[in-house]
Ligand binder design. Structure first.
Ligand SMILES: [Zn+2]
Length: 444
């Protein structure tokens, strides 16, 4: 009997051990495959000014979850070195270099020292580099990934540095690439001409972008910022999705992979104007670019897509005005920005009713009409009427300090789970890419 028990015990022990061993094998194989999983390509996307309230309002506007929703992995803290409320320069410097800096500074710490960006580290690995934005390409967010200046206003300096780093640059800001003698800003150099001589194909509208060939393309589609998506039909500008698609088509030809930065710049602009329809439409435009990037990543299998806002703009709320609902569907009838509608007003603003009916699908009340006619700023008044009717609340024309959502998809995306500081992001990206970004804390 004793022998039998021992035999059974041993048998059970062997069985347990073999199950455990099998599971251990499974776990170690999964861990090994995770540690082997390497992002050859990175598409880093920044919806400037986007907060959880934008995400929630956009879901109501769209009527279903967004493409981003299924990729949510965490949140990001946004404060800068000198303020609880960051600007885009300090936020993007943190996300690009891993260092906090003062508002307004680009690619440098408050002591003035230049800090390497994740884009520069990727370049050192032989990766092709792309920058896409709907603001000037020299604006703070793309600038902080690709240049080092003391002030975000030094946009011609930024342009010169960007041309040393990036193979593809698509956005606005043509005036910072032209000399003052040709109507340009800040410089005597003709960077457009220099770019052509160095082999860039230079394009200035949607059709030219579509047909552009070559491995280096400089696309400047507006003198300054590009148009809001709501007003783009009145221009020859490409959409964010079209620019993102073209950039991927060009960059993917490189054998060592690529790093593409894409900014949905106009979400922030909408927030600064408290323009709810513009905010939702540019979020939709950003989502379309995300959808394209994600599809590429799904098919490619070696591409990490990371989406991180840099800060909230406007202190948007879902609902407000002492009402107990939200009416985002009102915004689907709006077909122009407040900026555009204001330009359509006569000098005496006698056509407020006609303009709001034509572009916003709204029959304004006499009270609303009088408020717009008498307002110190007609655009703010128009945006207020539309925000109030859609029950989208705003708290400021500036940024706020709330945490913003973080999304990731593809190899290494599991690294991004949780609450991060914005300075963590380049280190997590470098881990996913398996490249050295010089911080022990993040080494495997
Ligand atoms: Zn801003």
């Amino acid at each position: 009997m004793k022998v039998r028990i021992s035999f059974i015990s041993i048998s059970v022990l062997v069985l347990v051990c073999s199950i455990l061993g099998f599971q251990t094998n499974l776990i170690s194989e999964a861990a090994a495959s995770n540690s082997r999983a390497k992002a050859k390509n990175v598409i880093f996307m920044i919806p400037d000014g986007f907060s959880p309230a934008y995400a929630a309002n956009y879901r109501l506007y769209k009527g279903e979850p967004s493409v981003m929703d299924s990729m949510l992995v965490g949140m990001v803290r946004t404060y800068s070195a000198d303020s609880a409320l960051t600007d885009s320069a300090a936020a993007a410097t943190a996300m690009a270099t891993g260092y906090k800096t003062n508002n307004g500074m680009i690619g440098r710490t408050p002591d003035g020292i230049e800090r390497k960006t994740i884009l520069e580290a990727a370049r050192e690995q032989g990766k092709a580099i792309g920058l896409v934005a709907t603001s000037s390409i020299t604006d703070a967010t793309p600038a902080a990934f690709s240049s080092h200046v003391f002030s975000r206003k030094d946009e011609s300096d930024i342009a010169q540095q960007q041309l040393q780093l990036a193979d593809v640059l698509l956005g606005g800001g043509k005036l910072f690439f032209l000399p003052e003698t040709m109507g340009g800003k800040q410089s005597s150099r003709n960077l457009l001409e220099e770019a052509k001589q160095r082999g860039y194909r230079v394009v200035e509208n949607r059709a030219q972008l579509e047909s552009a060939s070559g491995n280096q393309v400089l696309g400047l589609f507006a003198d300054g910022d590009m148009a809001p998506e709501l007003d783009r039909e009145h221009t020859n500008e490409p959409s964010l999705k079209e620019m993102t698609g073209k950039a991927i088509d060009i960059l993917r030809r490189g054998k060592d992979g690529f790093f593409l930065l894409v900014e949905g710049s106009q979400i922030d602009s909408a927030g600064h104007y408290n323009d709810a329809a513009w905010a939702m439409k540019d979020t939709e435009s950003f989502e379309e670019a995300v959808g394209l990037a994600r599809k590429f990543a799904e098919e490619d299998g070696n591409t990490l897509v990371v989406i991180a806002g840099d800060h909230d703009t406007g202190g948007m709320t879902v609902g407000g005005y002492d009402q107990t609902d939200a009416k985002l569907e009102v915004l689907r009838q709006v077909h122009a920005s407040g900026l555009y509608m204001t330009k359509e007003l006569k000098n005496d603003r006698s056509n407020v009713k006609e303009v709001l009916k034509a572009y916003a699908g709204i029959d304004v009340t006499t009270e609303e009409e009088i408020a717009i006619i008498n307002a110190a700023d007609a655009m703010q008044a128009i945006n207020h009427v539309i925000s109030k009717r859609s029950l989208v609340g705003w708290h400021t024309y500036l940024h706020t300090g709330v945490d913003v959502p973080l999304y990731a998809f593809g190899p290494g995306s599991e690294l991004f789970r949780g609450l991060h500081n914005n300075t963590d992001l380049p280190h997590l990206v470098s881990r996913a890419m398996n490249i050295d970004f010089g911080d022990e804390k993040y080494k495997k």
